[in-house]
Design a protein around this ligand. Structure first.
Ligand code: FAD
Length: 298
């Protein structure tokens, strides 16, 4: 066996797991594909205690330094392309075709954001087009916000966004049906309602200036809130582990999946308040479960 634990993904969840495993003296390999993390386009991480407004890369580097101060974990810059169970262990296939065997695996690959078809979004994503008011809302406090309502739950949350600004415009996707009563409640909050989603944004150096509708109508705007749909990385989707109805990896309170020896932590298990502190918490909890399960199984 090459290692006790293999962690797939060195984002906040995988790194937190690796640190707790290192401090529990568990031999660990952390694999990372090196693809830009979800928040790579964001200039800073908001609401992470001790790192508020620091660049995302600083967070990862600091945790890596902590892990490297112990002799138990090593890092491999490699994408895992296959994961099979064989003869009581996991076999991980690396991009170059080589195989690493592990007793235990932690899935910490994060989720893939499927950004909507909105011209100009890329230049503003993480700056003036944001995905979370708790992470980036205060920077746009009191300014003109658009809400890209492509899902019913976004319509349900109007009262929350109103906390950050009273200049709200709701863009309602045609496929979402909203009752007249709810539309009236949103208007009572002082929000404007546009039926239809914008097709293009205009910006200056990533700072939003206007959004443009399909009929050419333009609306001045400072900040647009977009909650992208997400999908599981193919590696995880094809494993056969149970998924939630929403398509995330199902785990118990200890972040154990439906498959023995397979744990999961971070965005890929949780559709709700996805953020760095939550991912760190989950990684830490998964590692603690691994150590406890290991001790009881001996
Ligand atoms: C634009 C934006 C801004 C954000 N801003 C904030 C913020 O200000 N504050 C905050 O708290 N949160 C923020 N978030 C949320 C935060 O980025 C995520 O919740 C957090 O990164 C999730 O951590 P994770 O470890 O689950 O996954 P990720 O951070 O996505 O890390 C997953 C890692 O796994 C690796 N990986 C994937 N597949 C494989 C594979 N097959 N083999 C090897 N490695 C693999 C990837 O390369 C990646 O490094 C933001 C998100 C977005 C999209």
């Amino acid at each position: 066996m090459d290692t006790q634990v293999a962690i797939i993904g060195a984002g906040p969840a995988g790194l937190a797991a690796a640190l707790t495993l290192s401090r529990s003296m568990m031999k660990t390999i952390v694999f990372d594909a090196g693809t830009p993390p979800r928040n790579a386009s964001s200039p800073f991480v908001g609401a992470l205690p001790g790192f508020d407004k620091k660049p995302p890369v600083d967070v990862r580097q600091a945790i890596r330094r902590d892990i490297k101060s112990y002799p138990y974990a090593r890092f491999e810059d490699a994408e895992i392309t296959g994961l099979q169970r064989q003869d009581g262990c996991f076999r991980l296939t690396l991009t170059d075709g080589s195989i690493v065997t592990a007793e235990i695996v932690v899935l910490a690959t994060g989720m893939t954001d499927c950004l909507p078809d909105l011209e100009g979004l890329g230049a503003c994503w993480g700056h003036s087009i944001i995905n979370c008011p708790f992470c980036h809302g205060i920077e746009w406090h009191g300014q003109r916000w658009g809400i890209y309502a492509n899902r019913p739950e976004v319509v349900d949350a109007a009262e929350i966004y109103r906390h950050w600004t009273d200049q709200l415009t709701y863009f309602l996707a045609p496929e979402i049906s909203v009752s007249e009563e709810r539309l009236a409640q949103i208007r009572q909050l002082g929000a404007e309602i546009e039926h239809g989603l914008p097709k293009r944004v205009h910006h200056k150096d990533g700072n939003l200036t206007e959004v443009e509708m399909s009929d050419g109508k333009s609306i001045e705007m400072d900040c647009l809130l977009v909650f992208p749909n997400q999908r599981l990385p193919e590696l995880v989707a094809n494993l056969g582990a149970s998924l939630t109805d929403a398509g995330y990896v199902a785990v118990d309170d200890g972040f154990r999946t439906s498959e023995a020896g397979l744990y999961a932590a971070g965005d890929l298990v949780y559709a709700g308040h996805q953020n760095t502190p939550t991912a760190l918490h989950m990684g830490n909890m998964a590692a603690a479960s691994i150590v406890m399960d290991y001790c009881f199984a001996k």
